[in-house]
Design a protein around this ligand. Structure first.
Ligand SMILES: [Zn+2]
Length: 97
């Protein structure tokens, strides 16, 4: 058996109904609503369709102690597990050496 880390990226679309004078005001109001909802843990919004989770990265961590063997991207400072191949930042795709 091999060991893998499987990373999911979840995208959820939130839709807010707002009343406003114009589009810019609507955006501002919706952003405010969104911030408040997150802060309060309340859901005054609709979620359209199913929430969508897809696998973005699979790491082969076979034979590694993944806590001890983490790479750090020199560009964006993302931490990611050691891989047998030349390590490439999963965030900005920079090769780390
Ligand atoms: Zn990076």
């Amino acid at each position: 058996m091999k060991s893998y880390k499987v990373e999911f990226t979840q995208t959820t679309t939130f839709v807010f109904d707002v009343q406003a004078e114009n589009e810019e005001q609507a955006r501002t109001d919706a952003e405010y609503e969104m911030t408040q909802s997150i802060r309060n843990g309340m859901t005054h919004h609709h979620i359209t369709g199913e929430s969508d989770a897809e696998i973005s990265t699979v790491y082969d961590v076979t034979g590694t102690d993944d806590d001890a063997f983490m790479w750090t991207c020199g560009k964006c400072e993302t931490h990611f597990p050691n891989t047998p191949e030349q390590p490439r930042c999963p965030n900005c795709k920079t090769l780390v050496d």
